[in-house]
Design a protein around this ligand. Structure first.
Ligand code: GLN
Length: 403
């Protein structure tokens, strides 16, 4: 017979036992701060300038294509590495925009968003002891991605205000243990767009140490002030070393669809496809069909997208500057990193909490983009993928902020 004490363990005991049974990997990172800020925004009725998802409609023809695909019963699994028409459309667009020719049969894996493309790519190439170079501040997923794949991250600072890297610091991060560098350009959260000379410096190190580069190019069409997006795969010597990641999410304002892809040589792709297949089987079939149409949109679509985002960038720069933030003007992507020193809060998290609870605006604390939280304590990130009424509401609320 069990004693009553054994039959009824205390809540503390249950929690303790449960924690002992969890994976160490999962214990090493916290939940996403970006996505937590969205939940806080909902809880406090705050204007969400935190998580980077558009609050305006996706293109009508893209939505119609998704409806049509469902109506036509395109509702069963697509081929695990992606429906053929979508892979063909990805190839055609990559050739048209960047001049890179790839084989749709052997060099593309369609995944559940670029998020899955990144973790599946890492899991396909990482062995115990491998290191991955990551520019910092970094999109927060890359930290947990490294832990989950078993890689040790080596962070290299991007220095404000231009978010440049010191070539010597970058060189010092490479070693025989380096398996890859992760490059996000245009960059989240800084808005930096890496230029050709910088990409060539990265290339030199990848060649010297015989490493991969994994690029996240999801903001490729959001460019301002004459910035140009250059895919690392186009740089001499990088084609066969680069895993190029992209998605429908940002370009076609469908972040909830979860359709992205990884482009790599056939050997690397074979490994990515295996990981992808057993982790997710595949991305949503009817949304892949709609993506095929999206990727064939005319050049004018991308021009309008960029010019609309320029207006939004300048609108948010104006709002934040009037409210007392020092802004780092982005040349790409759809975020503004700010300096919050003038407000006199102890750190970014305290300020972000005040902002969401008392002022009614959600933003992302800078520390979530740094390994050492202290490095981000004077920063806050705002997104501008929002409609005018959202800007209006944010402007009214931020005007109440006291410096
Ligand atoms: N990339 C977006 C951001 O940084 C959203 C990412 C996400 O939550 N999946 O806000």
């Amino acid at each position: 017979m069990t004693s009553p004490a054994e039959a009824k363990p205390t809540a503390d005991k249950i929690a303790q036992t449960a924690r002992r049974m969890l994976s160490e990997k999962a214990e090493y990172f916290t939940e996403s701060v970006i996505r937590e800020m969205t939940r806080l925004a909902l809880q406090y009725g705050a204007v969400n300038m935190a998580q980077g998802f558009p609050d305006f409609p996706a293109p009508a023809e893209v939505k119609e294509a998704a409806r049509a695909a469902i109506a036509a019963d395109d509702n069963q699994y697509a081929i695990t590495w992606g429906a053929k028409p979508l892979r063909d459309a990805i190839v055609e667009k990559f050739a048209r925009t960047q001049g890179v020719t790839v084989d749709p049969e052997r060099e593309i894996t369609v995944c559940c968003g670029s998020t899955e493309a990144m973790i599946s790519s890492l899991m396909a190439i990482i062995n115990p002891g491998d290191e991955v170079v990551i520019f910092e501040p970094f999109y927060e997923n890359y930290g947990p991605d490294a832990i989950l794949s078993g890689a040790t991250p080596r962070f290299v600072k991007l220095h404000p205000p231009e978010w440049t890297f010191d070539p010597d610091e970058l060189a010092a991060a490479f070693s025989p243990a380096t398996k890859a560098i992760i490059l996000n350009t245009p960059n989240n959260p800084t808005g930096k767009v890496f230029d050709r000379a910088e990409l060539e410096k990265i290339r030199d190190l990848c060649v010297q140490w015989n490493t991969f580069a994994i690029t996240d190019e999801i903001y490729e069409h959001m460019l301002y002030d004459g910035a140009r997006h250059v895919s690392l795969a186009t740089i001499d010597g990088m084609h066969h070393r680069t895993i190029t990641i992209n998605a429908l999410s940002k370009t076609y304002s469908v972040t909830g669809w979860r359709v992205g892809w990884a482009i790599a040589t056939s050997e690397v792709t074979a490994a990515i496809r295996k990981v992808h297949d057993f982790v997710t089987v595949g991305a949503a079939a009817p949304l892949q069909e709609a993506g095929t149409l999206a990727l064939q949109m005319p050049q004018s679509y991308y021009e309008t997208l960029a010019s609309d985002y320029l207006v939004r960038r300048d609108r948010l720069l104006g709002i934040l500057t009037s409210a007392g933030f020092r802004c780092f003007k982005p040349r790409g992507a759809y975020y503004i990193m700010t300096d919050i020193s003038a407000f006199g809060f102890p750190d970014d998290v305290a300020f972000a909490r005040h902002l969401v609870k008392e002022i009614g605006v959600a933003a992302v604390p800078g520390s979530s983009f740094y390994r050492n939280p202290a490095d981000g304590r004077t920063h806050l990130r705002f997104t501008f993928c929002k409609k005018e009424t959202t800007f209006q509401a944010a402007a009214e609320r931020l005007a109440k902020l006291r410096r």
